[in-house]
Design a binder for this molecule. Structure first.
Ligand code: PLP
Length: 284
Protein backbone atom coordinates (compact mmCIF):
# COMPACT_ATOMS: atom_id res chain seq x y z
CA UNK A 1 0.00 0.00 0.00
CA UNK A 2 0.98 3.59 -0.70
CA UNK A 3 0.26 6.69 1.38
CA UNK A 4 0.56 10.35 0.43
CA UNK A 5 2.43 12.33 3.10
CA UNK A 6 3.26 16.01 2.66
CA UNK A 7 4.04 15.94 -1.03
CA UNK A 8 5.33 12.40 -1.41
CA UNK A 9 3.91 8.98 -2.14
CA UNK A 10 5.57 6.55 0.26
CA UNK A 11 5.11 2.88 1.18
CA UNK A 12 2.32 2.73 3.74
CA UNK A 13 4.41 0.85 6.32
CA UNK A 14 7.05 3.59 6.22
CA UNK A 15 4.65 6.54 6.12
CA UNK A 16 5.13 8.77 9.17
CA UNK A 17 4.59 12.26 10.50
CA UNK A 18 6.87 14.01 13.00
CA UNK A 19 6.40 13.54 16.76
CA UNK A 20 5.91 17.31 17.04
CA UNK A 21 3.00 17.26 14.61
CA UNK A 22 0.08 19.21 16.11
CA UNK A 23 -2.26 16.40 15.17
CA UNK A 24 -0.26 14.06 17.39
CA UNK A 25 0.27 16.60 20.19
CA UNK A 26 -3.13 18.29 20.38
CA UNK A 27 -5.49 16.51 17.96
CA UNK A 28 -5.20 19.86 16.18
CA UNK A 29 -6.48 18.77 12.80
CA UNK A 30 -9.44 17.63 10.73
CA UNK A 31 -10.22 14.70 8.46
CA UNK A 32 -12.59 13.33 5.83
CA UNK A 33 -13.54 9.81 4.79
CA UNK A 34 -14.96 9.35 1.31
CA UNK A 35 -16.37 6.16 -0.17
CA UNK A 36 -14.82 4.82 -3.36
CA UNK A 37 -16.97 2.79 -5.73
CA UNK A 38 -15.70 1.47 -9.04
CA UNK A 39 -12.48 3.44 -8.39
CA UNK A 40 -14.40 6.72 -8.17
CA UNK A 41 -15.13 8.94 -5.18
CA UNK A 42 -18.68 9.29 -3.91
CA UNK A 43 -19.81 12.84 -3.11
CA UNK A 44 -16.29 14.26 -3.41
CA UNK A 45 -17.64 17.78 -3.87
CA UNK A 46 -19.56 17.70 -0.59
CA UNK A 47 -16.70 16.09 1.33
CA UNK A 48 -14.31 18.76 0.05
CA UNK A 49 -16.77 21.52 0.96
CA UNK A 50 -17.01 20.12 4.49
CA UNK A 51 -13.21 19.90 4.69
CA UNK A 52 -12.92 23.56 3.73
CA UNK A 53 -15.50 24.44 6.38
CA UNK A 54 -13.81 22.34 9.11
CA UNK A 55 -10.43 23.91 8.34
CA UNK A 56 -11.92 27.39 8.34
CA UNK A 57 -13.65 26.85 11.71
CA UNK A 58 -10.33 25.99 13.37
CA UNK A 59 -8.30 28.43 11.26
CA UNK A 60 -5.99 26.02 9.46
CA UNK A 61 -5.04 27.03 5.91
CA UNK A 62 -5.95 24.73 3.02
CA UNK A 63 -2.72 22.79 2.40
CA UNK A 64 -3.20 23.01 -1.39
CA UNK A 65 -5.86 24.02 -3.88
CA UNK A 66 -8.99 21.88 -4.14
CA UNK A 67 -7.96 20.96 -7.68
CA UNK A 68 -4.54 19.75 -6.51
CA UNK A 69 -6.14 17.88 -3.63
CA UNK A 70 -8.46 16.14 -6.09
CA UNK A 71 -5.42 14.98 -8.05
CA UNK A 72 -3.77 13.60 -4.87
CA UNK A 73 -6.95 11.79 -3.83
CA UNK A 74 -7.32 10.18 -7.28
CA UNK A 75 -3.64 9.29 -7.45
CA UNK A 76 -3.74 7.66 -3.99
CA UNK A 77 -6.80 5.63 -5.01
CA UNK A 78 -5.09 4.64 -8.25
CA UNK A 79 -1.75 3.69 -6.69
CA UNK A 80 -3.53 1.49 -4.17
CA UNK A 81 -5.70 -0.05 -6.90
CA UNK A 82 -8.83 0.59 -4.83
CA UNK A 83 -11.95 -0.40 -6.75
CA UNK A 84 -14.34 -0.38 -3.79
CA UNK A 85 -13.29 1.06 -0.45
CA UNK A 86 -12.46 4.36 1.16
CA UNK A 87 -10.08 7.25 0.86
CA UNK A 88 -9.00 8.99 4.07
CA UNK A 89 -7.60 12.49 4.27
CA UNK A 90 -6.18 14.31 7.28
CA UNK A 91 -4.90 17.86 7.61
CA UNK A 92 -3.24 19.18 10.79
CA UNK A 93 -1.79 22.51 11.83
CA UNK A 94 1.68 21.18 11.02
CA UNK A 95 4.90 20.50 12.88
CA UNK A 96 6.07 22.94 15.55
CA UNK A 97 7.63 22.82 19.02
CA UNK A 98 4.87 21.90 21.50
CA UNK A 99 3.13 25.09 22.51
CA UNK A 100 -0.63 25.63 22.64
CA UNK A 101 -0.54 28.88 20.67
CA UNK A 102 -0.75 28.55 16.91
CA UNK A 103 2.68 28.11 15.33
CA UNK A 104 4.21 30.75 13.10
CA UNK A 105 1.92 31.34 10.10
CA UNK A 106 4.73 30.16 7.79
CA UNK A 107 4.32 26.61 9.26
CA UNK A 108 2.81 24.46 6.50
CA UNK A 109 -0.17 22.28 7.45
CA UNK A 110 0.52 18.53 7.35
CA UNK A 111 -1.50 16.44 4.94
CA UNK A 112 -1.87 12.69 4.76
CA UNK A 113 -4.01 10.70 2.32
CA UNK A 114 -4.54 6.93 2.44
CA UNK A 115 -6.87 4.60 0.57
CA UNK A 116 -7.92 1.05 1.27
CA UNK A 117 -10.17 -1.51 -0.30
CA UNK A 118 -13.31 -2.75 1.48
CA UNK A 119 -15.70 -5.41 0.24
CA UNK A 120 -19.16 -3.80 -0.08
CA UNK A 121 -20.74 -7.24 0.19
CA UNK A 122 -19.69 -7.41 3.83
CA UNK A 123 -21.62 -4.26 4.69
CA UNK A 124 -24.58 -5.53 2.64
CA UNK A 125 -24.57 -8.78 4.61
CA UNK A 126 -24.48 -6.79 7.86
CA UNK A 127 -27.39 -4.67 6.67
CA UNK A 128 -29.54 -7.80 6.27
CA UNK A 129 -28.97 -8.56 9.96
CA UNK A 130 -29.02 -5.00 11.28
CA UNK A 131 -26.86 -3.84 14.16
CA UNK A 132 -27.25 -3.33 17.90
CA UNK A 133 -26.43 0.00 19.53
CA UNK A 134 -25.90 1.08 23.11
CA UNK A 135 -26.56 4.54 24.49
CA UNK A 136 -24.10 6.67 26.42
CA UNK A 137 -24.12 10.25 27.76
CA UNK A 138 -22.85 12.76 25.20
CA UNK A 139 -19.81 14.15 26.99
CA UNK A 140 -18.20 15.70 23.89
CA UNK A 141 -17.27 19.34 23.37
CA UNK A 142 -19.71 21.87 21.91
CA UNK A 143 -18.35 21.93 18.35
CA UNK A 144 -18.72 18.37 17.08
CA UNK A 145 -20.00 19.90 13.82
CA UNK A 146 -16.28 20.27 13.01
CA UNK A 147 -14.81 16.98 11.77
CA UNK A 148 -11.72 17.05 14.00
CA UNK A 149 -9.40 14.14 14.70
CA UNK A 150 -10.14 14.68 18.42
CA UNK A 151 -12.28 11.56 18.74
CA UNK A 152 -11.52 10.23 22.22
CA UNK A 153 -15.15 10.28 23.45
CA UNK A 154 -16.14 8.50 20.23
CA UNK A 155 -13.39 5.91 20.70
CA UNK A 156 -14.45 5.21 24.29
CA UNK A 157 -18.14 5.05 23.36
CA UNK A 158 -17.58 2.69 20.42
CA UNK A 159 -15.30 0.46 22.47
CA UNK A 160 -17.99 0.26 25.18
CA UNK A 161 -20.44 -0.71 22.42
CA UNK A 162 -18.12 -3.43 21.18
CA UNK A 163 -17.64 -4.82 24.69
CA UNK A 164 -21.44 -4.92 25.05
CA UNK A 165 -21.76 -6.91 21.80
CA UNK A 166 -23.03 -3.87 19.85
CA UNK A 167 -21.63 -2.08 16.81
CA UNK A 168 -22.38 1.55 17.54
CA UNK A 169 -22.96 3.86 20.49
CA UNK A 170 -25.62 6.56 20.39
CA UNK A 171 -24.75 9.71 22.31
CA UNK A 172 -27.61 11.09 24.41
CA UNK A 173 -27.67 14.74 25.50
CA UNK A 174 -28.58 16.09 28.97
CA UNK A 175 -32.26 16.28 27.93
CA UNK A 176 -32.36 12.59 27.03
CA UNK A 177 -32.31 13.18 23.27
CA UNK A 178 -30.10 11.27 20.89
CA UNK A 179 -27.48 13.46 19.21
CA UNK A 180 -25.72 10.98 16.90
CA UNK A 181 -23.63 7.81 16.84
CA UNK A 182 -19.92 7.54 17.54
CA UNK A 183 -19.23 7.61 13.80
CA UNK A 184 -22.72 7.82 12.28
CA UNK A 185 -25.87 9.95 12.22
CA UNK A 186 -28.96 8.50 13.92
CA UNK A 187 -32.44 8.20 12.40
CA UNK A 188 -35.83 6.69 13.21
CA UNK A 189 -38.94 5.95 11.17
CA UNK A 190 -42.04 6.85 13.17
CA UNK A 191 -45.17 4.67 13.25
CA UNK A 192 -46.80 7.07 10.76
CA UNK A 193 -43.84 6.66 8.40
CA UNK A 194 -41.94 9.90 8.93
CA UNK A 195 -38.15 9.93 8.93
CA UNK A 196 -36.70 11.77 11.91
CA UNK A 197 -33.07 12.81 12.35
CA UNK A 198 -31.60 15.49 14.57
CA UNK A 199 -31.26 19.00 13.18
CA UNK A 200 -27.71 19.76 12.07
CA UNK A 201 -26.54 22.27 14.65
CA UNK A 202 -23.29 22.28 16.67
CA UNK A 203 -24.32 19.08 18.50
CA UNK A 204 -23.84 16.73 15.53
CA UNK A 205 -21.62 16.31 12.53
CA UNK A 206 -23.61 17.13 9.41
CA UNK A 207 -23.04 13.80 7.68
CA UNK A 208 -22.71 13.87 3.91
CA UNK A 209 -24.64 10.60 3.84
CA UNK A 210 -27.34 12.24 6.01
CA UNK A 211 -27.66 15.06 3.45
CA UNK A 212 -27.83 12.66 0.49
CA UNK A 213 -30.34 10.41 2.28
CA UNK A 214 -32.65 13.40 2.62
CA UNK A 215 -32.60 13.69 -1.16
CA UNK A 216 -33.18 9.95 -1.51
CA UNK A 217 -36.12 10.24 0.92
CA UNK A 218 -37.60 13.04 -1.15
CA UNK A 219 -37.38 10.94 -4.32
CA UNK A 220 -39.08 8.08 -2.49
CA UNK A 221 -41.73 10.58 -1.32
CA UNK A 222 -40.92 10.02 2.34
CA UNK A 223 -41.33 12.90 4.76
CA UNK A 224 -38.27 13.96 6.77
CA UNK A 225 -38.42 15.86 10.05
CA UNK A 226 -35.20 17.37 11.35
CA UNK A 227 -35.61 17.26 15.11
CA UNK A 228 -34.24 15.48 18.14
CA UNK A 229 -35.78 12.19 19.33
CA UNK A 230 -35.46 10.30 22.62
CA UNK A 231 -34.42 6.70 23.21
CA UNK A 232 -38.00 5.65 24.26
CA UNK A 233 -39.24 7.23 21.01
CA UNK A 234 -36.67 5.22 19.04
CA UNK A 235 -37.69 1.99 20.79
CA UNK A 236 -41.34 2.68 19.92
CA UNK A 237 -40.45 3.54 16.31
CA UNK A 238 -41.09 1.33 13.30
CA UNK A 239 -37.43 1.37 12.35
CA UNK A 240 -34.15 2.92 13.33
CA UNK A 241 -30.97 3.20 11.33
CA UNK A 242 -27.64 5.00 11.12
CA UNK A 243 -25.93 6.65 8.17
CA UNK A 244 -22.29 7.29 7.28
CA UNK A 245 -19.99 7.09 4.28
CA UNK A 246 -18.90 3.64 5.47
CA UNK A 247 -22.39 2.33 6.29
CA UNK A 248 -24.80 4.08 3.87
CA UNK A 249 -28.03 3.28 5.74
CA UNK A 250 -27.52 0.54 8.34
CA UNK A 251 -30.60 -0.77 10.19
CA UNK A 252 -30.52 -0.62 14.00
CA UNK A 253 -32.49 -3.53 15.45
CA UNK A 254 -31.63 -3.27 19.17
CA UNK A 255 -30.96 -0.35 21.50
CA UNK A 256 -29.45 -1.22 24.91
CA UNK A 257 -30.59 -4.81 24.36
CA UNK A 258 -34.24 -3.90 23.62
CA UNK A 259 -35.74 -4.49 20.16
CA UNK A 260 -36.64 -1.59 17.87
CA UNK A 261 -40.10 -2.22 16.43
CA UNK A 262 -40.17 -5.87 15.46
CA UNK A 263 -36.43 -6.20 16.00
CA UNK A 264 -35.75 -6.72 12.29
CA UNK A 265 -34.37 -4.47 9.54
CA UNK A 266 -37.26 -2.58 7.95
CA UNK A 267 -38.26 -1.58 4.43
CA UNK A 268 -37.45 2.14 4.73
CA UNK A 269 -33.79 1.64 5.67
CA UNK A 270 -33.54 -0.99 2.94
CA UNK A 271 -35.00 1.32 0.30
CA UNK A 272 -32.71 4.20 1.31
CA UNK A 273 -29.72 1.88 1.16
CA UNK A 274 -30.70 0.52 -2.26
CA UNK A 275 -31.26 3.95 -3.80
CA UNK A 276 -28.28 5.73 -2.22
CA UNK A 277 -25.82 5.39 -5.10
CA UNK A 278 -28.33 6.63 -7.68
CA UNK A 279 -28.58 9.92 -5.80
CA UNK A 280 -24.99 10.37 -4.62
CA UNK A 281 -22.63 12.25 -6.93
CA UNK A 282 -20.07 9.88 -8.36
CA UNK A 283 -17.57 11.84 -10.40
CA UNK A 284 -14.66 10.70 -12.55
N1 PLP B 1 -21.22 11.59 12.90
C1 PLP B 1 -19.95 11.34 13.27
C2 PLP B 1 -19.53 11.64 14.68
C3 PLP B 1 -19.03 10.81 12.34
O1 PLP B 1 -17.77 10.56 12.71
C4 PLP B 1 -19.48 10.52 11.03
C5 PLP B 1 -18.57 9.96 10.02
O2 PLP B 1 -17.41 9.71 10.26
C6 PLP B 1 -20.81 10.78 10.69
C7 PLP B 1 -21.64 11.33 11.65
C8 PLP B 1 -21.33 10.49 9.31
O3 PLP B 1 -20.81 11.39 8.38
P1 PLP B 1 -20.70 11.01 6.82
O4 PLP B 1 -22.06 10.62 6.38
O5 PLP B 1 -20.23 12.26 6.18
O6 PLP B 1 -19.72 9.89 6.73
Amino acid sequence: RIAYVNGQYVPHDQAAVHIEDRGYQFADGVYEVCEVTGGRMVDERRHMARLVRSLGEIRIAMPMSLAALGVVLRETIRRNRVHDGFVYLQVTRGVARRDHYFPDPSTPPSIVVTARAADPRKADAQALQGIAVITTPDNRWGRVDIKTVGLLPNVLAKQAAKEAGAREAWFVDAEGRVTEGGSTNAWIVTQDGKLVTRQADNAILRGITRTVMMEVAEKLQLRVEERAFTVPEALAAKEAFVTSATNFAMPVVRIDGKPVGEGRPGPVARALREHFHETAEIAG
